[in-house]
Write a protein that binds this ligand. Structure first.
Ligand SMILES: [Zn+2]
Length: 303
């Protein structure tokens, strides 16, 4: 194993342990600055993608102005960590609690929109990493919400304790399972690779008398070490995500769907900027290009 591969493997192991990029940064081992890929005129490296996704510590913990995305779907996350609230007459669904320390901030964003955090009945997530689902146990404790997690992510979820607080999974999901509350149905699609149970959520929502297909994507960012199992997962996942009907692409980091730019357009009025079918596969294109370049590099195919 070459020097570069060893570094990649260490970063991969830290990532797989769920410690997340914060620990990687704290230990002075950011992901490598290669390979570089260019998609639609923009160049990316593993390091630049991680920086784009996470921003600064303040970005991860500061509330972004909560807003309605489309239909009954609202954004209640921070500047770089997405949380989505799906409201229904029978209570609400929260997707991605993010870090446990962000839960009071998320609750405040929910209340700012005029909803009650106590009305959250179901807590879901995109994947069992701390920056997305660490707060699930606290949300469950504060609201009595039921926690539902893709079966393949349940072991990683259970390992994600915060102090003495255990993560409890009330329902293990399988690919294609649905979650219904108050007339809204979400479908869980297994899009493994970034984690074993990475979950992409799809829903059909109504706005202005029309139906729109919403896709809340799980991260497609490849880990540092691509094992045969992870490669098999990503090959299935890239085909699957490209097959989904999509009018409104969303993601577990705002940068994955250019939320900041779209939110600015939202404030200036006009058509809903989150309806963006033309860019449904932009993030997939970026991550698949990076994944294929990383495989080449791992096989020693780099010049
Ligand atoms: Zn992750």
């Amino acid at each position: 194993m070459g020097h570069l591969c060893r570094i990649v493997a260490v970063v991969g192991l830290i990532g797989a342990a769920g410690a997340g990029p914060r620990l990687v940064e704290a230990q002075g081992q950011p992901p490598p600055d290669r390979p570089a890929v260019t998609v639609r005129g923009q160049t990316y490296t593993p390091r630049s993608i991680l920086a784009r996704n996470m921003g600064t510590e303040a970005d991860q913990t500061t509330a972004f102005p909560p807003h309605r995305v489309i239909g009954n779907i609202y954004y209640v996350g921070t500047r770089t960590l997405s949380s989505f609230l799906i409201t229904t007459p029978e209570g609400h669904i929260l997707i991605n609690s993010t870090y446990e320390r962000n839960v009071p901030t998320t609750a405040k964003s929910v209340e700012r929109l005029g909803f009650k955090f106590a009305d959250v009945k179901i807590v879901l997530g995109t994947h069992a990493h701390r920056d997305h689902q660490e707060g699930d146990a606290l949300v469950r404790q504060m609201t009595g919400a039921r926690s539902m997690v893709m079966a393949e992510d349940v072991p990683a979820m259970r390992a994600m304790k915060v102090g003495d607080r255990e993560q409890t999974v009330d329902r293990a999901l399988r690919d294609g399972d649905t979650v219904t509350l108050g007339g809204t149905t979400l479908t869980a699609r297994l899009t493994a690779g970034h984690t074993r149970g990475c979950t992409t959520w799809t829903a059909t929502v109504q706005e202005g008398g029309r139906s729109y297909n919403v896709v809340i994507n799980c991260s497609l960012r490849a880990p540092g070490m691509l094992t045969p199992e992870v490669i098999a997962e990503f090959e299935r996942t890239f085909t699957l995500v490209r097959s989904l009907r999509c009018d409104v692409p969303l993601g577990d980091h705002p940068a994955q769907y250019n939320m900041h730019a779209k939110h600015m357009k939202l404030e200036s009025g006009g058509a809903n900027p989150f309806i963006d079918a033309a860019n449904c596969h932009l993030e997939t294109d970026i991550q698949e290009a990076m994944y294929r370049a990383a495989i080449e590099e791992q096989r020693g195919g780099r010049p």
